[in-house]
Design a protein around this ligand. Structure first.
Ligand SMILES: *Cc1c(COP(=O)(O)O)cnc(C)c1O
Length: 206
């Protein structure tokens, strides 16, 4: 549907394959490992909008800010501080970020506990470079559609509350939905999908 952005996730995908998607008009691509992304981006067009969607280590922040369109995985103060420090030293006024929320509560997932998000956001204005654009969530790994839907619905509701409480930020992006659950994510208000394997199958066909 119109108004829903698509980030093509290209982890483990070779640059020549990424170029095919680029040739088809795609400009937003997502990577989750900084090292892999850096190696690949050297050979790819400079008008690609890169999205950092994976866990971001503080010692990698300097490679990322000013180089990616959006960081989807802001999930802790230590990372916010590292972004602020690097932004200041590089003279980058604004670093667009999504707060990653661990809405499904799965231990293997990164992201802030939902009940900690408000306190976290309260501390962001002191980090002036950080521009909060919305939330990112990963749906639970389950066949249970109800659970997936609930995760996305709660994320949307959390964003609605944040919009009211912190109107100085955009909150315009809700990054949720992957190959297996993007339809539910759209129904629950997502406006940015992160799709990998549907575009680049991981069965060796890449
Ligand atoms: C790999 C990945 C995706 C894409 O997942 P698919 O199931 O391949 O569509 C989306 N978001 C994140 C954070 C990922 O790591």
């Amino acid at each position: 549907p119109a108004g829903i952005g698509l980030v093509i996730v290209t982890k483990t995908v070779l640059p020549e394959k990424i170029l095919e998607a680029y040739g088809a008009g795609e400009r937003d691509f997502g990577e989750n490992r900084v090292q892999e992304w850096q190696d690949k981006k050297e050979t790819l067009p400079t008008d690609i909008r890169w999205h950092l969607i994976g866990h971001l280590q503080t010692n990698k922040v300097r490679f990322v800010i000013g180089q990616v369109a959006l960081i989807h995985s802001l999930d802790r103060l230590e990372l916010a501080d590292a972004i602020e420090k690097q932004a200041n030293s590089k003279g980058i006024p604004e670093v667009p970020c999504l707060v990653q929320v661990n809405m499904s509560g799965e231990e293997s997932k990164f992201g802030l506990d939902p009940e900690k998000v408000v306190d976290f956001v309260k501390q962001m204005p002191a980090r002036q470079s950080i521009s909060l654009r919305g939330l990112m969530a990963i749906g639970p790994l389950t066949e249970d559609e109800g659970k997936i839907r609930e995760c996305f619905r709660k994320t949307r509701e959390l964003r609605e509350g944040l919009k009211k409480e912190f109107p100085q930020y955009g909150w315009d992006i809700l990054s949720m939905g992957m190959s297996a659950d993007y339809r539910i994510a759209i129904e629950e208000g997502s406006n940015m999908l992160r799709i990998g394997s549907l575009v680049f199958p991981r069965d060796g066909a890449k």
